[in-house]
Design a protein around this ligand. Structure first.
Ligand code: DC
Length: 222
């Protein structure tokens, strides 16, 4: 694998930010596959830390429990299915509000973007702050969003499909709560980068969303 300094061409970095259940994860993964780029779901890093704290019996909102757990962050364990649970999502949102946790994950994400595994020519980073904080100089930035009702409905269906119990009104309340926490925190609050392309997926199916994203990619990268 070429070291970052040995690369013949600069790494193409595409960031896909947006709120929970906006469809950003699907777009980012598919785009990475389509372009032959590496993909990093940065939310999984926060989920892994939140879950590690819960498993150790700690409080994800407590820096004394969450900050040491950053040392356990490992890119090779992000396929753990437990990271997809609602419990992990809620814990992630709490650890993500702690500045020292964000600081602790910053370099790992930037290193991944600077030198994607396997010497791949580009990377798609997906998360809440990849275009604003992690890679402000990214080649191309997307902000994928949808109304809170549409996102709560998607989340509700996803939980039912996984065999978990779910009530739409509870999913809506939790989505509003997570949005509030993610957007009002002091560090790296959820917001679109000024130069991000906004994609509203509320009335679109996944094919239409991906087609719109590809048009922008073709226009920007040729
Ligand atoms: O995208 P997700 O649902 O997997 O993210 C879980 C939580 O992690 C989310 O509530 C906010 C936080 N997060 C963050 O603060 N910054 C990121 N880059 C990614 C996720």
């Amino acid at each position: 694998m070429p070291a970052a300094a040995d690369r013949a061409a600069p790494v193409t970095v595409i960031t896909v930010d947006g709120p929970a259940a906006s469809g950003k994860g699907t777009v980012a993964r598919r785009l990475a596959d389509h372009l032959g780029f590496a993909h990093l779901d940065t939310g999984k890093l926060y989920r892994a830390i939140g879950l590690a704290v819960l498993r150790a019996g700690g409080d994800p909102a407590d820096p004394d429990s969450a900050v040491p757990a950053v040392q356990t962050a490992d890119l090779s364990t992000l396929s753990d299915q437990d990271l997809l649970s609602d419990e992990a999502a809620q814990a992630a949102s709490r650890v993500a509000a702690i500045p020292a946790v964000r600081e602790g994950l910053l370099q790992l994400q930037r290193d991944f973007a600077a030198d994607p595994p396997g010497g791949l020519p580009g990377v798609v980073l997906d998360g809440r702050d990849t275009g604003t904080v992690i890679c402000p100089d990214a080649t191309l930035k997307f902000f994928v969003t949808a109304s809170v009702e549409v996102r709560a409905e998607r989340r509700h269906r996803e939980l039912l499909a996984r065999g978990e119990q779910s009530i739409y009104m509870v999913a809506l309340a939790e989505m509003n709560e997570r949005d509030r926490r993610d957007s009002t925190r002091a560090v790296a609050p959820l917001r679109p980068a000024e130069d991000a392309i906004l994609i509203d997926t509320s009335g679109l199916d996944t094919e239409a969303v991906f087609a719109a994203v590809l048009r922008h990619v073709a226009a920007a990268l040729g």
